[in-house]
Design a protein around this ligand. Structure first.
Ligand code: NAD
Length: 360
């Protein structure tokens, strides 16, 4: 298949791109290389004849048109996004630009290309979305594909807007689309600002581990490679116009997960003072969703997908990766700190920029 992957230098995108290249697909990776990109996660792929990285912004219609026309994709897998909830609270503008206008621009580029090509049935525009569009659950129940959208953060609201555009482009213009909603991803190579890498990097550095509020909020965790397999399964066999929830049934309260990671680290790198002592409760995030939980029975029963990682095995693998790649995440933290001090990309800018990171 000829594929365009947007956001293919990000956490999930880089794993997806790697898998797609391994499977022999012709992959064009379009990524604006924001602070969230890890170019070193895809450096080695430059050697492969079926892979190319194009640093470009999805909100630029002229460039999207040119890249789509040149690559002639059978599928566009759309992952590029601003993805960090805390940053969306501090500066929602870039979230609206990328997650809403970027999706709109890409849809229009895809529609023009698909129309020129004679509207082939087997073309796919795949929107990679999140369960956060559904809002918060109470103590019971799970999100299904028919749960009403009730996004609470600027991040989830802008992702929801993107999803609605994708649905409308299918209903109105007949563009063959697919959408999936995954739960919280974890695994090697995730930016150290995200929950699990933050706990790991702080604990390894012997620094305070911040947990919002009481930590009673719970999240449903999936290993990034299980998410990638699910995306490729939906791409291959998902029914056009349908949505699929992707989750691994690993629900944990934040405080329990933080403690479990600290205990696991104690077995890997014993410390005189227990790592759990580093856990520090900090003021809760505004609009903090109480609970997410995914009902993934549709993708399992319809497409036969099931996750391979247990949370135990996935967390152990992830922890070992962060222990052996401290140069990678330390260089990212240092670079982002410099950018914040200098008001650069990490402070909300989204210009193309060189990566200051050390190889992953
Ligand atoms: P990420 O922040 O690690 O990566 C996003 C990538 O998009 C980065 O490489 C960045 O440079 C690129 N990007 C940002 N703005 C761009 C623009 N305007 N043009 C081109 N590229 C741009 O995010 P992630 O965690 O890998 O998430 C990928 C996708 O999966 C997102 O759409 C996200 O909403 C969705 N998702 C993530 C999770 C999760 O837990 N991480 C869960 C469900 C769904």
């Amino acid at each position: 298949m000829r594929m365009i992957v947007t956001g293919g230098a990000g956490f999930i995108g880089s794993r997806l791109v790697r898998r797609a290249v391994e499977l022999g697909h012709e992959v064009l990776n379009i990524d604006a290389l924001t602070y969230a990109a890890s170019v070193s996660s895809v450096w080695d792929l430059e050697e492969m004849p079926n892979y190319r990285l194009e640093p470009a912004d999805i909100t630029d219609r002229a460039i999207m048109d040119r890249l789509i026309a040149d690559h002639r994709p059978d599928a566009i897998l759309h992952l590029a996004a601003e993805s960090h909830v805390d940053r969306s609270i501090e500066g929602p503008g870039v979230f609206a630009q990328t997650n809403m206008m970027g999706t709109f621009t890409l849809l229009e580029g895809a529609r023009a290309y698909w129309t020129r090509a004679g509207q082939p049935d087997d073309f796919r525009f795949y929107q990679v979305s999140t369960d956060e569009v559904f809002g918060a659950l109470g103590p019971e129940g799970r999100f299904t594909e028919t749960t009403a959208y009730r996004p609470n953060s600027p991040y989830s609201a802008t992702k929801a807007a993107g999803d609605h555009l994708v649905r409308a482009w299918h209903q109105t213009y007949g563009l063959p689309v697919l959408t999936s909603h995954a739960s919280n991803n974890y695994g090697p190579g995730q930016h150290p600002e995200k929950f699990i890498p933050k706990i790991l990097s702080r604990a390894i550095a012997g620094e305070a581990i911040p947990v919002y509020g009481s930590g009673a909020q719970s999240r449903d965790w999936i290993h990034v490679d299980d998410h990638v397999d699910a995306i490729l399964t939906v791409l291959e066999a998902g029914r056009v116009g349908e949505c699929y929830n992707i989750g691994a049934g690993c629900e944990f309260r934040n405080i329990d997960l933080a403690r479990a990671l600290c205990r696991l680290l104690q077995t890997r790198r014993p410390s005189h003072t227990p790592y759990t002592d580093l856990i520090t409760h900090v003021e809760d995030r505004p609009g903090h969703d109480f609970r997410y939980a995914i009902d993934a029975s549709k993708i399992t029963s319809e497409l036969g997908w099931t996750p391979r990682y247990t949370l135990e095995a996935g967390l152990a693998q992830t922890m070992d990766w962060y222990l052996t790649h401290s140069a990678w995440w330390t260089s990212i933290l240092e670079r982002d700190n410099r950018d914040v001090m200098g008001g650069g990309a990490a402070a909300g800018g989204w210009t193309l920029r060189d990566s200051g990171e050390v190889a992953a």
